[in-house]
Design a protein around this ligand. Structure first.
Ligand SMILES: Cc1cc2nc3c(=O)[nH]c(=O)nc-3n(C[C@H](O)[C@H](O)[C@H](O)COP(=O)(O)OP(=O)(O)OC[C@H]3O[C@@H](n4cnc5c(N)ncnc54)[C@H](O)[C@@H]3O)c2cc1C
Length: 370
């Protein structure tokens, strides 16, 4: 392998964009292929942990120009509306993915990454090199980064284990105008789910919740679910009743899976959710996408001219060391909060009543600045 290596980055979320920018700066010939067209909205709580901030500033990628709200306090509420607050050790900032991904794509294109919008990859095959097919084009590459997020047709083509099982979680997101304070991220529980509320740029509030598909089926749709189930939490009822919603209809995604995945499969090097997704409850998925892209690109630059096997082994080991424990704790928290209603009530009331438990959970599911 040499510095003129052709790299294809499959998917342009935070993981893919950061990887493309860094490799392009190191002299790799990068093509990023994204099935949608920037800028676009995504289902995401849009709270980014400050563990990413020093890295983003060092690389000149922090979205300073958008003056993102600085979030320092977590508020938890139980289904009945009982609340507790805790200062966040590191905290985070709020920025919409519509703005942040577009900002990073602008930097990537300006610096020379070839970005293909509106282009969906149909398959990735490996012989002596990679063959990456879209409906109308065939690309050859020396290395492929899988940055295609939580669920993609490529997971089916790569025959991944997790895609064979159905996953019951549904995510719903709005932007709204509210009186929610800039420094606060609220996590409001409701029967069978939780709703995150925090501010992003331009005085907007992100309202994003995760629930089980059965609850949606039982109530008959999103609006009915909100009015009959979310509104049982008085804080959510007040929020939804007084907010000025900015989308005509919410962004919705289905089949969200938190099962284990492989950081390397068929020689494709995975970053972000394609390597493993942490429950949104932890507010840490974007930090993991950015961090995994940093770990991988550091190794790719370091392994220049060395064997592919060495790179794959080194990345798998580094990825597991950085993220396996965090993902395991995330799965336990998700399982306990969704497992049974009694389990959920107990977990929330323990967290609401004990700052120690809340702080411990935050520590177990977050990383350190990198
Ligand atoms: C309800 C919910 C709330 C969340 N809230 C937060 C939060 O507040 N804070 C946080 O840190 N994390 C949060 N997350 C997690 C976070 O959104 C993800 O971890 C993060 O977006 C992962 O980034 P990524 O780059 O791996 O993937 P993505 O951002 O999903 O990007 C993947 C890209 O690949 C593209 N793609 C897929 N298939 C193909 C293909 N075949 N060809 C070409 N392109 C393709 C997609 O269009 C997409 O743009 C939340 C997630 C959910 C579901």
């Amino acid at each position: 392998m040499d510095a003129a290596n052709r790299v294809i980055i499959a998917g342009g979320g935070l993981g893919g964009l950061i990887a493309a920018i860094r490799l392009n700066r190191a002299g790799f010939a990068c093509t990023l292929i994204e099935k949608k067209r920037y800028p676009f909205h995504r289902v995401c709580g849009e709270y980014i942990s400050h563990e990413t901030t020093s890295f983003l500033k060092r690389e000149g990628l922090y979205p300073e120009a958008f003056n993102p709200p600085q979030i320092t306090t977590l508020q938890l509420s139980s289904v009945s509306g009982k609340t507790s607050s805790a200062a966040l050790d590191l905290g985070g900032f709020g920025i919409s993915r519509h703005t942040f991904d577009h900002h990073l794509c602008g930097i990537a294109e300006k610096e020379g990454v070839k970005v293909l919008n509106d282009t969906e990859i149909e398959s990735i095959d490996y012989g002596h090199s990679f063959q990456v097919k879209t409906i109308s084009q065939l690309f050859e590459a020396d290395l492929v980064i899988g940055a295609f997020g939580k669920r993609s047709k490529l997971d089916i083509q790569l025959n991944r284990r997790f895609i064979k099982e159905r996953s019951p979680y549904v995510g719903v997101k709005y932007h709204a105008r509210t009186d929610h304070p800039d420094n606060l991220i609220a996590l409001h529980n409701f029967r069978g789910g939780y709703c995150g509320v925090s501010n992003v740029e331009e005085g907007k509030t992100n309202v994003c919740y995760l629930t089980h598909r059965d609850h949606l089926k039982k109530t008959g749709g999103i609006e009915a679910l909100e009015q009959t189930v979310l509104f049982e939490n008085p804080l959510l009822k007040t929020l939804f009743t007084n907010a000025d919603f900015l989308f005509e209809k919410p962004e919705v995604i289905n089949e969200i899976s938190f099962q284990t995945k492989e950081p390397v499969l068929n020689h494709v090097l995975m970053v972000g959710d394609a390597a493993g997704m942490i429950t949104p409850l932890c507010g840490n998925g974007m930090a993991m996408a950015i961090h995994s892209a940093k770990i991988l690109t550091d190794l790719m630059i370091e392994h220049n001219n060395r064997l592919r096997d060495d790179l794959e082994r080194a990345y798998s080991a580094a990825w597991r060391k950085a993220f396996s424990k965090r993902l395991w704790f995330g799965r336990q928290i998700q399982h306990n909060l969704f497992g049974t209603e009694a389990g959920s009530n107990l977990a929330v009331s323990l967290a609401v009543n004990s700052r120690f438990i809340t702080n411990t959970l935050i520590k177990l599911t977050h990383g350190k600045p990198f």
